[in-house]
Design a protein around this ligand. Structure first.
Ligand code: OGA
Ligand code: ZN
Length: 489
């Protein structure tokens, strides 16, 4: 049975839904539920909708303030009705009440035995040795036990394994189950231009600081849209650190834990001058580039200028690919030297990294060895994984054959023109208390020039890694949404 859980603040979920917009927690459909809720569909942020008693359909836009909605135990109470071995394929066939079926390779089942000698429950870790993996594992008997809540397998070496019904359900190999698990891993990006982004993804700083549901919603929007504008932060230093620490911790760079952008003489970075900052992504010279950036406006220049600009550079790269494949090819193939030389609070630095402007995952090269699965990570999807764009931080050393240089420049200029086209580039002026939060791998940002001396505009920024952001999202999903927690170990 599908069921929908949790009373919120003492009220029923139905009343709760009437009071609040919905939190885009994930995907799933509840076709029957308690307290008069007839149907409910989750979808990704920006496209969610709900039908509930007395109301036809309600849609909410990206950035709507949403609250706790919980979907629980979609198949929690469904028992397994039969299991059968298929030695010809080396798989166990499992059938649930209601007709759902999944198959599980024997070798995988044995590798994932949950008994205390194979698996350490507290650390969620395998205790077995890789070279002892039983490649020829075959059950000599299988049976459904505990009223359909467990499957017992006895192997040829007389090892006994027990697998829980839910545990198996959420680890199915069917396309559908694998897809459901996909959103746990990464949320699908929604690309935008200024026309397609009706509403700014926005959230309240204060709510994020005090409320885990608001925190989760912000992190989800950030992953999907790559950009969320926060309002209502105190107009004083230290707020970007508070925000970073709501997630995990600051990612330090050679500019320190955080950085202050104020016009000053002889600065270590051109951002600390008062001229315009062309669209760029910070830190292109870092191999492990900080993934998420916060920019907090503490004091804004009151004259004309100091406006912020942002563009979804991955979206624009995809447009360029369609409109001019040769430019796209040059920007994805040509290696550029990105550098930063200087001295700041952590001492002297000389950073140098060679990467194209548009990085795709298409080379199929072995990029790293990782002994906790997958063993060998290859770049296989062909998706754009990172944009490097920074006029000041592009080196004058350019290690390409001279005949390729002019065409590459033409491609760079064409791409930049598109990035700054008002069709794609959002421009707005931050007021004190605004924090821009964005994906530094996907979004390029800039600032129009302002013509004042030191102290009239004051901005503070810092970075956090995507690993920490996604980790926090999953932790919160597990805590707030028991349905999704079933994907857990
Ligand atoms: C930067 C930057 C934006 C601003 O320092 O890299 O993009 O508004 N600053 O000053
Ligand atoms: Zn910047």
């Amino acid at each position: 049975m599908l069921r929908m859980g949790r009373q919120v603040g003492g009220s029923t979920l139905a009343n709760f839904l009437k009071r609040r917009a919905l939190l885009p927690l994930g995907r799933g459909v509840v076709t029957s539920a308690s307290k008069g809720i007839h149907s409910f569909t989750f979808n990704s942020p920006g496209l969610q909708w709900v039908n509930y008693e007395g109301t036809k359909k309600r849609s909410t836009d990206a950035g709507t303030t949403c609250r706790e909605v919980v979907i629980s135990g979609a198949h929690a109470s469904r028992p397994i009705v039969s299991v059968a071995r298929d030695h010809s394929t080396g798989m166990l066939k499992v059938r649930w009440e209601g007709g759902k079926e999944e198959v599980y390779p024997y070798v995988w089942l044995k590798d994932n035995c949950r008994c205390p000698s194979c698996y350490h429950k507290v650390s969620h870790s395998r205790l077995t040795f890789i070279e002892e993996t039983d490649l020829k594992a075959e059950p000599i008997s299988v049976q459904v036990v505990e009223g359909g809540q467990q499957v017992e397998v006895v192997w040829q070496d007389d090892h006994h394994s027990l697998y829980g019904t839910e545990w198996l359900h959420y680890r199915g190999f069917s396309e559908e189950t694998r897809q459901a698990r996909g959103s746990r891993y990464r949320l699908e990006r929604k690309f935008w231009g200024t026309e397609s982004l009706d509403n700014f993804p926005e959230a309240s700083f204060e709510e994020i600081i005090t409320d885990d549901v608001a925190l989760l919603e912000w992190l989800r929007l950030l992953e999907v849209y790559g950009f969320v504008k926060l309002k209502d932060a105190p107009a004083e230093t230290g707020q970007v650190r508070r925000l970073a620490e709501r997630i995990a911790f600051i990612r330090k760079t050679h500019y320190g834990d955080d950085f202050t952008v104020q016009a000053k003489p002889d600065p270590s970075n051109v951002a600390y001058l008062n001229g315009p900052l062309q669209l760029h992504a910070d830190l292109p010279y870092y191999e492990y580039k900080p993934g998420v950036q916060f920019i907090h406006c503490i004091k804004q220049y009151e004259g004309v200028g100091g406006d912020s600009q942002i563009t979804d550079a991955v979206h624009v790269a995809r447009q360029l690919q369609k409109a001019c494949p040769e430019h796209y090819r040059l920007l994805t193939d040509t290696l550029v030297d990105w550098f930063d030389i200087g001295k700041d609070e952590t001492g002297e630095f000389y950073k140098l990294l060679r990467l194209p402007v548009i990085c795709t995952d298409k080379n199929g090269e072995i990029s790293r060895i990782n002994m906790s699965q997958p063993v060998i990570c290859t770049d296989r999807n062909g998706e754009i994984s990172r944009i490097n764009m920074s006029q000041p931080q592009r080196d004058s050393h350019f290690s390409v054959p001279p005949g390729e240089v002019a065409d590459w420049y033409a491609a760079l200029v064409a791409y930049y023109r598109l990035l700054s086209d008002p069709k794609y580039c959002l421009q707005f002026k931050m007021t004190p208390g605004t924090i821009m939060t964005f994906d530094n791998l996907r979004i390029v940002h800039g600032r129009t020039g302002y013509f004042s001396g030191p102290g009239e505009r004051h901005v503070q920024g810092c970075y956090v890694d995507w690993d920490e952001v996604r980790s926090r999202r999953r932790v919160l999903e597990t805590k707030i949404d028991p349905y999704r927690s079933l994907y857990n170990h």
